[in-house]
Design a protein around this ligand. Structure first.
Ligand code: ADP
Ligand code: UDP
Length: 238
């Protein structure tokens, strides 16, 4: 697929147009950021590890009947995807309390929730991605009510599929963030599923295998992503 102009450079990926108006190339960079861009670094091989990780998860989700934008890997750092009209709302599911919910509600990290908790955030770094509800999203026209219903159902289905997948290899799926977009009348899962956008812990030791290693300066960030990938049987070519 012929790569054309750069459409957008985000904090971790660069998005390119292609000769096909309905297809984009996602380039996974080594850049990583936390605290809404407040801390940044380039971590060697992170881009390639995330590209292979994301491809594997997207293929598993497609096999579980979840419609995604992913088409194929093009190279170590690049994948071809369907071009979506992105919905600027982040869909989060939590199985175990960690991160912002602990601060917000005074919970202890590690509290196992009785059932998955679904939350919505506005994707807006300048506003620090505030927590919103579906009524905000409808009122301010970020998404329609029926789109939000589909996003919620798909997010909870992703949670069930991936909890099982990770459990098989001794990993707890603590929480994750998804982004969706519109494609010719359908809602598809977009963006990525990688350790940059989820929390995953070793089930026995609770060792963190995700971006909290970067946020908390624990070191071994890419090594931990690779460890999770290896357990999942992902063939990383770098
Ligand atoms: P951020 O924008 O949060 O800094 P990234 O660096 O990951 O994030 O940039 C990727 C951008 O591409 C995000 O804004 C994301 O919403 C967007 N995106 C992801 N998948 C698609 C897609 N299939 N079509 C259009 N845009 C997409
Ligand atoms: N997340 C993300 N991008 C964001 C915000 C959150 O990928 O802009 C992910 C994050 O990695 C975690 C989950 O969504 O797996 C829940 O994040 P939380 O609300 O706890 O925020 P955090 O404290 O991680 O910023």
């Amino acid at each position: 697929m012929e790569k054309r102009g750069r459409l957008y450079a985000g904090k971790a990926k660069t998005v390119f147009e292609t000769a096909d108006a309905d297809r984009l190339i996602l380039h996974f960079r080594d850049d990583t950021s936390a605290f809404d861009g407040g801390r940044t670094a380039a971590l060697k091989n992170k881009g390639a590890v995330n590209n292979y990780f994301n491809a594997h998860i997207m293929e598993k989700l497609a096999a579980a009947g979840i419609a995604t934008h992913f088409e194929k890997i093009l190279g170590d750092n690049e994948s071809l995807v369907k071009r979506l009209d992105m919905i600027g709302v982040e869909c989060v599911v939590r199985n175990i309390a960690a991160g912002s919910i602990c601060k917000r509600l005074g919970l202890e990290e590690g509290l196992v929730l009785d059932e998955p908790l679904y939350e919505l955030f506005l994707k807006d770094d300048a506003l620090h991605d505030p927590l919103i509800n579906e009524d905000h999203a409808v009122l301010f026209k970020w998404a329609a009510r029926d789109e939000l219903r589909v996003m919620r159902e798909m997010t909870l289905r992703v949670n069930r599929a991936l909890q099982a997948l990770f459990a098989e290899v001794g990993i707890l799926l603590v929480d994750f963030k998804l982004e969706f977009g519109r494609f010719h009348g359908d809602i598809l899962l977009g963006d990525e599923f990688t350790p940059d956008g989820c929390r995953i812990w070793d089930a026995a030791t609770r060792k963190k295998l995700d971006k909290d290693r970067f946020r908390r300066e624990l070191g071994g960030v890419v090594e931990a992503y690779q460890e999770a990938a290896l357990r999942l049987g992902i063939d990383i070519k770098v």
